[in-house]
Design a binder for this molecule. Structure first.
Ligand code: NAD
Length: 728
């Protein structure tokens, strides 16, 4: 049999073993040829009377993470080309057939008359789990890393090869919807409890157990292909169904604000599919899959959240020709809030850390953060106390810069004060080897200015983390004027080692991410001053797809920090760089009322002891009067928040701060959650269309001022009908 990705062997009992083991790849991924191979294997099983049943398994450490999403990206592009070549109707028909080819193969497997058992040895997600679901039984190994699930919704997609139909025919409807809409990855015991897995066996008995099942007899006809099939939670139109569907719809709206075509399609496909027999249900699913795949949201999300993020993680921006760095020990100076987190993630990545502060007590306090995080893990059963001790042993605390003599990289996270930083740079450079790169984690001070304190400015760079360091996946790397390739390579190698996603930007005040998020928060401040009800601002931001409203976000990052940055900007750039209304609001909150944010339980919100928050009533009194919420144009509020943020990204492109749209998009989603449905700040502009975007900006500028005036680049692009991705 001619299989490209699988091996096939039949034992003396007539049980075929179909092992998925893609050549030249470390993991199995679904591409066009995998569906083709499965089709061939099903034909072979049916044609050979000696084959009594088939065990499907993987020859890799894991089963498979699912589809190669670049394949789906290509499918989208082929569709656009086909529209031009054949017209929309013929293109649609072709697209529908192509996008359901894989689903039809799995249905053929399911109905071929011979029993298939899937032996799941590790991670089995997306289209790979859909193979497992199409099989007639599933045996999983007790590998603690094993996860099964359909995470497509997370990249704007939708499980299109039977997942939305088979899961709710096997599991109860609530659990099914939750799993599909959240894209949850389930451990084996949870999957078994949901009836998605039949048996969990020791890893070394996996194939044996799958074969034993076949020998004992596995029904090759699925329950739903028999006349008296009953859904696990009963019919949709029943008393039970009516207890589920109306609230499910409400929860869906609350969770997604209807921003994600993929999530909406899951709701519809499950609901409609459960009313009809399986073949029709799969056709319904395929229709939704094809329509979701064509949406700009899915295309943008696949591009940013999968393709671009993957490329950045693999070192898209790493200069060629610089040998891989050997980072064994990293020096972290400043063991405060950020330094403590940096020490933790560095040690977690297997590197040793020298953690320095002004005295050993302060350094120890920073190290205690690792103790706390690990103790939480131990209490949750996710780590052992021996692992905690081993990690702590990797962090050496000190107040003596001489201890930096053997480090391979230094990251400073001391007070945000140029004089303190200058002193630290001098002391550290006197202690480290001449080839070692020095990185600053400053969030507001331009790196070029700090590099003036360095005797080797080509080895000076910004490595900007986001808080909390252990949770935030983005790291912004900042190139100062004289930063060289080696420093960039070392910084990227370090970020890769700690398994975070880097973006590389050129130096400017606020860099890229904080410039954008600063605008988002500033617009909210100005709206407060105009009398827009504050809670409405936060709620509309969430409706627009932002994970956190701007006022809540400001409370979380601290309002006094915002005022400090405003004052520094005024002093260094001039009064015109600061909006007086924003300054008035922040000065009042911080200096008059001591409302510095969540850390003091007093910010835009009051933080109550029961964990809830309510808006601070004094805000209304300060502003004077509030607008009638019913008279407010909600879409305009949403536009103001998203447009001001995206416009700043466009300015960063024009100024050369950002040089690749993929970095702007990924940075905006990972850095502050910019409406993920849009694919990020620049994808958002591209999606609206530069011409329409400029028109919206002009209208807002006429009403609210020059901050909405489109930059020159945008106007040029609008005139030429260009997009960022087309142009860059
Ligand atoms: P922090 O005040 O919590 O910690 C600063 C630490 O530096 C303190 O432990 C202090 O004792 C120590 N320190 C001060 N002078 C020192 C010296 N001369 N030698 C050694 N240690 C010294 O501050 P933080 O919030 O951790 O911020 C640190 C840096 O990270 C700043 O540059 C800040 O802009 C940047 N940053 C902060 C955040 C954030 O959310 N807090 C995010 C990104 C970047």
């Amino acid at each position: 049999m001619n299989l490209k990705n699988f091996t096939w062997s039949v034992d003396a009992d007539g049980i075929a073993l179909l092992t998925w083991d893609m050549q030249g790849k470390s993991m199995n991924v679904i591409d066009e040829s995998v569906g083709h191979d499965l089709n061939t294997a099903v034909d072979a099983a049916v044609a050979d009377p000696a084959v009594k049943g088939v065990v499907v398994t993987s020859g890799k450490d894991t089963f498979s993470g699912g589809a190669d999403l670049t394949m789906l990206e290509r499918l989208g592009q082929t569709f656009k080309d086909a529209i031009k070549a054949k017209g929309p109707e013929a293109a649609m028909a072709d697209f529908f057939e192509q996008s359901r080819a894989y689903s039809l193969v799995l249905r053929k497997l399911e109905t071929c008359g011979k029993p298939f058992v899937c032996a799941i040895n590790g991670m089995c997600l997306g289209g790979a789990f859909e193979i497992a679901l199409a099989c007639h039984a599933r045996v999983a190994s007790d590998n603690p890393k094993l996860r099964v699930g359909l995470p497509e919704v997370k990249v704007g997609l939708f499980p299109g090869a039977g997942g939305t139909q088979r899961v709710p025919r096997m599991a109860d409807i609530q659990s099914s919807l939750q799993m599909l809409l959240k894209g949850d990855q389930l451990k084996a015991d949870r999957a078994k409890a949901m009836n998605l897995i039949d048996e969990i066996v020791p890893a070394d008995k996996l194939i044996e157990a799958a074969k034993a099942r076949l020998k004992a007899g596995v029904d090759p006809v699925k329950p739903w292909d028999k006349p008296k099939f009953k859904l696990p939670s009963g019919p949709v139109y029943s008393a039970g169904g009516m207890m589920v569907w109306p609230p499910a719809n409400a929860i869906y709206r609350k969770e997604t604000y209807d921003n994600y075509p993929g999530a909406r399609a899951i709701m519809s496909a499950v609901y409609e599919g459960l009313l009809v027999p399986m073949d029709t249900a799969l056709r319904i699913e395929s229709r939704y899959f094809a329509s979701v795949l064509r949406t700009p949201q899915a295309q943008a999300m696949i591009r940013s959240l999968f393709v671009s993020m993957g490329a950045l993680g693999k070192g898209l921006r790493r200069p060629a020709g610089v040998p891989a760095s050997q980072l064994k020990t990293v020096g972290v100076i400043g063991a405060g809030f950020m330094g403590a987190g940096i020490a933790y993630v560095t040690a977690q990545a297997g590197m040793d850390v020298v953690l320095i502060d002004r005295d050993v007590e302060a350094a120890e306090k920073g190290k205690a953060y690792t103790h706390k995080l690990m103790t939480d893990q131990v209490n949750k059963g996710r780590a052992t106390s021996a692992q905690r001790e081993a990690l702590l042993a990797k962090i050496k605390t000190s107040a003596d810069y001489a201890d930096l003599k053997d480090v391979d990289l230094v990251i400073e996270a001391v007070f945000e004060d140029p004089a303190v930083k200058a002193d630290v740079i001098k002391k550290a450079e006197a202690a480290i080897r001449p080839d070692v790169v020095f990185a600053s984690n400053t969030s507001t001070l331009p790196i070029t200015g700090l590099a003036q304190n360095s005797v080797r400015p080509d080895q000076f760079i910004g490595i900007h983390f986001f808080s909390p360091v252990d949770k935030m996946m983005l790291v912004e790397i900042i190139m100062a004027q004289k930063t060289g390739d080696k420093a960039l390579a070392v910084a990227l190698d370090y970020v890769k080692a700690i398994k975070k996603t880097p973006i590389v930007v050129n130096d400017t005040r606020g860099f890229y991410v904080n410039r954008c998020v600063g605008n988002y928060i500033k617009e909210a401040h100005l709206m407060v001053m105009e009398g827009v009800p504050p809670v409405m601002i936060d709620n509309l931001a969430k409706q627009a797809g932002m994970p956190v409203g701007p006022l809540t976000l400001n409370d979380e990052v601290a309002i006094d920090l915002g005022l400090k940055i405003l004052k520094a900007t005024k002093a260094q750039v001039g009064a015109q760089a600061v909006d007086p209304q924003q300054e008035k609001l922040l000065t009042f909150l911080v200096e008059k009322e001591g409302r510095v944010g969540k850390k003091a339980k007093k910010g835009f919100y009051e933080y109550l002891d029961n964990g809830k928050k309510t808006i601070w009533p004094g805000l209304k009194a300060f502003v004077g009067s509030q607008q009638d919420p019913d008279a407010i144009d909600r879409q305009e509020i949403i536009d103001r928040m998203l447009i001001t943020t995206a416009l700043e990204a466009s300015r960063c492109v024009e100024e050369g701060v950002v040089t690749d749209p993929r970095e702007a998009d990924v940075g905006s989603i990972l850095g502050f959650g910019f409406a993920p449905w849009s694919g990020g700040t620049l994808s958002y502009i591209d999606m609206i269309g530069t011409k329409a975007f400029v028109k919206k900006c002009d209208a807002l500028a006429a009403k609210y001022g020059d901050r909405f005036a489109p930059n020159k680049l945008l106007r040029e692009m609008a005139e030429k009908g260009e997009t960022f991705y087309g142009r860059m």
